[in-house]
Design a protein around this ligand. Structure first.
Ligand SMILES: Cc1cc2nc3c(=O)[nH]c(=O)nc-3n(C[C@H](O)[C@H](O)[C@H](O)COP(=O)(O)OP(=O)(O)OC[C@H]3O[C@@H](n4cnc5c(N)ncnc54)[C@H](O)[C@@H]3O)c2cc1C
Length: 388
C-alpha cells in the first residue's frame, strides 16, 4: 500500500466510491480508498435501492433527480451497468398528508422533476392492481425505479481505479492523525498513510473516527427491516414501486418475481451487533399491509428478508461538510434511508467541495454540521420520517 496520497477516503460504500470516482473525474487521482471489509458490505448492500424524487426539501429532490440521469447513463460513464429499471413510483397518502403532498409535488414540478398528482381514475389506469379505499391521494413519478447498489458501487470504484485511484479493502482505519490543526495522516493497523485530506464516509461507524479527533456528529444507526415476498405471477401483482403512507410500507419489485418491502422505522441499535435478520412478528403485519393495497399479494409466498442500518441524523438529512478547525478533514455521513439514490451527485458535490472549496453542481451548504448547533434543521412535511 502506498504510504502517501493526496486524499484518503475512509469507507468503501456507495458514497466513498462515488467520491473517489468524482475526485478522479476532477483530476485528483493520487487517492486511496480504505475499506475494512469488502466494497459495499455496509448499509449499501442492504439497500432497497429505490430511486424516487419525492422529498420535502429542494436539495434532496434535486440531488435525487440529477443523480437519476447519472444512473441512466452509468454504463457510458463507468463501463458498468447501474441496473436502473424504470417502474414508476406511487406515493399514497391519507387526508392528513394531502396538503403536504400537493405542496411537495408543486415544488418538484417547479424544479422540472417528472412528478404529478393523479386522480383515482388515472391511478386505476396506470396501476390497476392497486386497491383504492376512496379517501387517498396519489402522487406519481413516471421516471422513478430502482438500481443495483453493488453494481453501482463497483462501477464507481473500478472506473476510479482505471483513472489512477487506489482501493484497498480488508483494511481497517484505526485513526486520523491531526497535527497543528491539519490532517497529516490516516492510520491503519499496519500503516501510516501520509495525506493532507481525509474524507470520512464510513456509514454508521463514522462517529467513532470523528469523535477520536474531537468532532461530534449526531448520527445513530437505526435498524430497518426488509421483507421479501415472491409474487404470484400475473398482471394483478406486477406492480410499480408503491410507498403507502396509510399502510406503512414501501414496496419495490425485483427480478425473479420478487417484491422487497421496507417495513417501517424501527429501533436504534449498535451497528456491529444488531440482528440482521427479519423478525417474524414483522412479517405477518407486512404481508397484511401489502395485501390490503395489492389484494392479489395475499397469495404471495414469504421468501425471507434482512435488516440493515439507516445512519440517521436528527433531521434525517446528511452532513456534507468540511470540518471547521481541522484543515483537510471532510465528512459525508448520515444518509438515513435515501443515500443510494443521491450517491452520484453527492460524490460530485463532495469532490467539488474538496477540490474547489465549494460544491458547484448543487448548493449543499444547508447540509453543514453546524446546523445542529444553530437549530437550522431541514424539515419534512410528513410525520413518516423516511419521507424526509
Ligand atoms: C434496509 C435499507 C434500505 C434502504 N433503502 C434505500 C432506498 O430504497 N433508496 C435509497 O436511496 N437509499 C436506501 N437506503 C440507504 C442507503 O443504502 C444508504 O444511505 C447508503 O448505502 C449509505 O452508503 P454509505 O457509503 O454512506 O455507507 P455504507 O454502505 O455503510 O458504507 C460505509 C463503509 O465504511 C466501512 N467502514 C466503516 N468503518 C471503517 C473503518 N474504520 N475503516 C475502513 N472502512 C470502514 C464499512 O465497512 C462500510 O463498507 C437503505 C438503507 C437500508 C439499510
Amino acid at each position: 500500500m502506498a504510504n502517501t496520497a493526496d486524499a484518503v477516503i475512509i469507507g468503501g460504500g456507495v458514497m466513498g466510491c462515488s467520491i473517489l470516482y468524482n475526485l478522479a473525474e476532477q483530476g485528483l487521482t493520487n487517492t486511496l480508498l480504505l475499506e475494512r471489509d469488502v466494497l459495499a458490505s455496509g448499509s449499501t448492500s442492504k439497500s432497497q435501492a429505490i430511486l424516487r424524487m419525492h422529498y420535502s426539501n429542494e436539495v434532496t429532490s434535486v440531488l435525487a433527480w440529477k443523480s437519476l440521469e447519472i444512473f441512466k447513463n452509468f454504463e457510458e460513464l463507468t463501463g458498468t451497468p447501474s441496473g436502473y429499471t424504470r417502474t414508476g413510483y406511487f406515493l399514497i397518502v391519507g387526508r392528513e398528508d394531502r396538503e403536504a403532498m400537493y405542496e411537495n409535488v408543486a415544488m418538484h414540478r417547479r424544479l422540472g422533476i417528472a412528478s404529478e398528482i393523479v386522480s383515482i381514475e388515472d391511478m386505476r389506469e396506470l396501476a390497476p392492481m392497486l386497491a383504492v379505499e376512496g379517501d387517498e391521494s396519489f402522487a406519481y413519478e413516471s421516471e422513478s425505479g430502482y438500481a443495483d447498489p453493488y453494481s453501482v458501487t463497483l462501477g464507481f470504484a473500478n472506473r476510479a481505479r482505471e483513472m489512477g485511484a487506489s482501493v484497498r479493502d480488508g483494511t481497517n482505519v484505526t485513526g486520523i492523525e491531526v497535527s497543528g490543526g491539519k490532517v497529516t495522516a490516516v492510520l491503519t493497523g499496519e500503516a501510516r498513510v501520509e495525506t493532507a485530506i481525509a474524507v470520512v464516509a464510513a456509514g454508521p461507524w463514522s462517529d467513532r473516527l470523528l469523535s477520536a479527533v474531537g468532532v461530534d456528529v449526531p448520527i445513530r444507526p437505526l435498524r430497518h427491516q426488509v421483507v421479501v415476498l415472491r409474487r404470484p405471477p400475473g398482471p394483478d401483482t406486477d406492480h410499480p414501486i408503491v410507498a403507502d403512507n396509510l399502510n406503512g410500507f414501501s414496496a419495490r419489485p425485483d427480478i425473479g418475481g420478487l417484491t422487497m418491502i421496507g417495513a417501517g422505522e424501527e429501533e436504534f441499535v449498535d451497528a456491529d451487533t444488531f440482528n440482521q435478520g427479519v423478525d417474524m412478528d414483522v412479517v405477518g403485519p407486512t404481508f397484511e399491509a401489502i395485501a390490503k393495497r395489492i389484494p392479489a399479494m395475499s397469495r404471495a409466498v414469504f421468501r425471507g428478508g434482512w435488516s440493515g442500518a439507516f445512519t440517521v441524523t436528527p433531521d434525517w438529512h446528511p452532513i456534507l461538510d468540511r470540518i471547521e478547525g481541522i484543515d483537510g478533514l471532510y465528512c459525508a455521513v448520515g444518509f438515513s434511508g435515501h443515500g443510494f439514490k443521491e450517491s452520484p451527485m453527492i460524490g460530485k458535490a463532495m469532490a467539488e467541495l474538496i477540490t474547489k472549496g465549494a460544491a458547484e453542481c448543487v448548493d449543499i451548504s444547508m447540509l453543514n454540521l453546524n446546523r445542529f448547533e444553530t437549530g437550522d434543521l431541514l424539515r419534512s412535511r410528513y410525520a413518516m420520517q423516511v419521507l424526509a
